[in-house]
Design a protein around this ligand. Structure first.
Ligand code: SF4
Length: 145
C-alpha cells in the first residue's frame, strides 16, 4: 500500500506565464493528457463535442484523451492565456511537478524545462499538500486508481 509523499525540499518556483507548458518546443512534443471526467467537464463547459477538442489515447492509465493542438499549442490557448484556466486539467495544475509511485511512497518530481523553476520562494510542504489533496480527490473518484 502506498502511503504519504515526499517532495524536494529546496525547490523555488514561480510561474512566469510563458505558456511553454501549453505548447510543443523544439525538443518536445507536448501531450496534455485528460482523465475521462475532464473530457466530460470540458465538453459541458465549452459546449464543444469531445472530438472537437480532444483525441483518444491509449494511456498512460488513467488518462484516456489528450487535448488537440493548433500550430503546436493547446487548442484552448490564446496568445499566452489559457481560456479554460478555472477548469484546466489536473496535469496543467501539477506542472512542472508530477507525482510518481516510488516503493511505498508517492514522490513529487519536477522538470527544469520550466522557466519558473529557480524563481520565487522555496516551496514548503503546504504547496505540495495542496497538490496532493487535488490528486487524492481525483483518486477517490476513480476506483482502483
Ligand atoms: S512553463 Fe512554467 S513558468 Fe511557463 S507557464 Fe508553464 S508553469 Fe508557468
Amino acid at each position: 500500500m502506498v502511503r504519504g509523499f515526499k517532495y524536494p525540499v529546496d525547490v523555488r518556483f514561480k510561474c512566469v506565464r510563458c505558456a511553454l507548458c501549453c505548447r510543443d518546443t523544439a525538443s518536445k512534443v507536448r501531450r496534455i493528457l485528460l482523465l475521462p471526467e475532464e473530457v466530460g467537464r470540458l465538453s459541458r463547459i465549452t459546449g464543444l463535442k469531445p472530438e472537437e477538442f480532444a483525441e483518444p489515447v491509449d494511456g498512460p492509465y488513467p488518462y484516456t484523451h489528450e487535448l488537440k493542438k493548433v500550430d503546436g499549442g493547446c487548442i484552448f490557448l490564446r496568445g499566452n492565456e489559457c481560456t479554460i484556466y478555472p477548469f484546466r486539467p489536473l496535469v496543467c495544475r501539477f506542472y512542472p511537478f508530477t507525482l510518481r509511485v516510488r516503493g511505498d511512497e508517492y514522490v513529487f518530481e519536477y522538470t527544469d524545462e520550466c522557466p519558473g523553476i529557480g524563481r520565487g520562494q522555496v516551496l514548503g510542504r503546504r504547496f505540495y499538500e495542496e497538490l496532493f489533496k487535488m490528486f487524492q480527490k481525483w483518486k477517490r473518484l476513480r476506483e482502483g486508481w
